[in-house]
Design a protein around this ligand. Structure first.
Ligand SMILES: Cc1ncc(COP(=O)(O)O)c(C=O)c1O
Length: 398
């Protein structure tokens, strides 16, 4: 009999795993499903990127193994983009690394720093690849609940001294998925200071840095002095350029840290498809022109969603960034049964807060993946369902 590892057993069910099956069943039954689940915008990939990809596919040299070095021109474009955007220079060949999506890099990084008995500090609710990567590397995860009263910030200084002593890595993500919280400069400074004090690798996930509203600008962790000693930063082309399925992102950091991740990756993958790296160059070089309309449309969707939710009786702040609304549920309503019933009864597909870990309970997440009218329609259906529901129908399970 094949038995499975403790690490495999330790992985919680992936939050989006069962949703496609339910959605398919409902669609087959003729239901008008409005999918606000995964953070996957309905906008097509930019024409300039598709054209670059078509040209790249005709070049047989780009069908070869990319290995970790990949296309030097992609590294250079990524490095130039970071410099343009944040005023920070990273050497393209030694301090920049192409990734098969930022998830791949984030989840492989713990292997480079974790020894038996080490702790990985993981925010909850949070992107599940942090917990998964930590568990697969054999780390002991230390889960930090992100609470509204703290602005959903992961405060290292509030953790027990013993945890900080044993921690080798912390995952920090602002603009945040799923809460849409953003970090102040002071927060980033105290987080870098704490990581330096305790020798903790700061994995800064900046997947949503381009999706900001009302003039807010999301910083790089490297704008904080001293961050290069302890941080590695992850960027994604998925959300900013509507390229989620293409699987392309990159990391920057000092050569020793990038080298460690490169070494891990050399044994598990052979780098992103070179043609996609070529197309990624087109995205990064045309970044301002591509991102401006995406950002403006997300802001319209955010405004429609917030207005509809407030009209339906929900209380929430207007987020400054990311592509999510993180919505508190009425007292005593459990998010899992709520999300399932919402989907089955109204066709509005939202994510249960508990899908991002137990600390996400009491909330649900709306991804701004369809136009304002459809978001308003979905929220209207959800509000109607809550109104019709007898009190206690979706109470937290005992
Ligand atoms: C916070 C966060 N980081 C990283 C990612 C992964 O992005 P990529 O498509 O680059 O792997 C996501 C995707 O949803 C995310 O929400």
């Amino acid at each position: 009999m094949i038995t499975f590892s403790d690490r495999l057993h330790a992985l919680p069910g992936y939050p989006l795993a069962e949703i496609p099956t339910i959605k398919r069943r409902l669609l087959a039954a003729g239901m008008d499903v409005i999918d606000l689940g995964a953070g996957d915008n309905d906008a097509p990939p930019p024409a300039v990127v598709v054209e670059a990809m078509n040209r790249a596919l005709a070049n047989p040299a780009l069908s070869k193994y990319g290995f970790q070095q990949g296309l030097p021109a992609f590294r250079q474009a990524a490095s130039r983009w970071v410099e343009r955007r944040f005023g920070q220079h990273f050497d393209p060949m030694t301090e920049t690394l192409p990734l098969i999506g930022s998830k791949e890099g984030l989840s492989h990084l713990p292997v480079a720093v974790i020894n038996p008995g080490d702790i990985a500090i993981v925010p909850e609710p949070g992107y599940q690849a942090y917990l998964g990567g930590a568990l697969l590397a054999g780390a002991e995860p230390y889960v930090v609940p992100l609470r509204p009263e703290n602005g959903f910030l992961l405060e290292l200084d509030a953790l027990p001294a013993e945890v900080l002593r044993r921690a080798r890595i912390v995952f920090v993500n602002y603009p945040n998925n799923p809460t849409a919280a953003v970090a102040t400069r002071e927060y980033l400074e105290r987080t870098v200071a704490a990581c330096r004090r305790h020798d903790i690798l700061l994995a800064y996930d900046n997947a949503y840095c381009e999706l900001t509203f009302d003039g807010y600008r999301a910083p790089s962790i490297f704008e904080v002095e001293g961050a290069r000693d302890v941080a590695i930063e992850f960027f994604s082309l998925s959300k900013s350029y509507s390229m989620t399925g293409w699987r392309i992102g990159f990391a920057v950091g000092r050569a020793e840290l990038i080298g460690a991740l490169t070494r891990v990756k050399s044994y598990v993958d052979t780098g992103p498809f070179l043609a996609i790296q070529e197309a990624g160059i087109a995205a990064l070089e045309n970044s301002d022109a591509i991102v401006a309309p995406i950002r403006a449309e997300l802001q319209r969707r955010r405004d429609a969603g917030v207005a509809a939710l407030r009209a339906a009786g929900f209380t929430l702040d207007t987020p400054k960034a990311a592509m999510y609304l993180w919505v508190p549920l009425p007292e005593g309503v459990a998010s899992g049964p709520f999300a399932r019933r919402t989907l089955e009864e109204t066709g509005a597909l939202v994510m249960a807060g508990s899908g991002f870990g137990p600390a996400g309970e009491g909330f649900f997440r709306i991804a701004l993946t369809v136009g304002p009218e459809r978001i308003t329609e979905a929220v209207g259906r959800i509000g109607g369902m809550l109104e019709r529901m007898p009190r206690g129908a979706l109470a937290t399970a005992p």
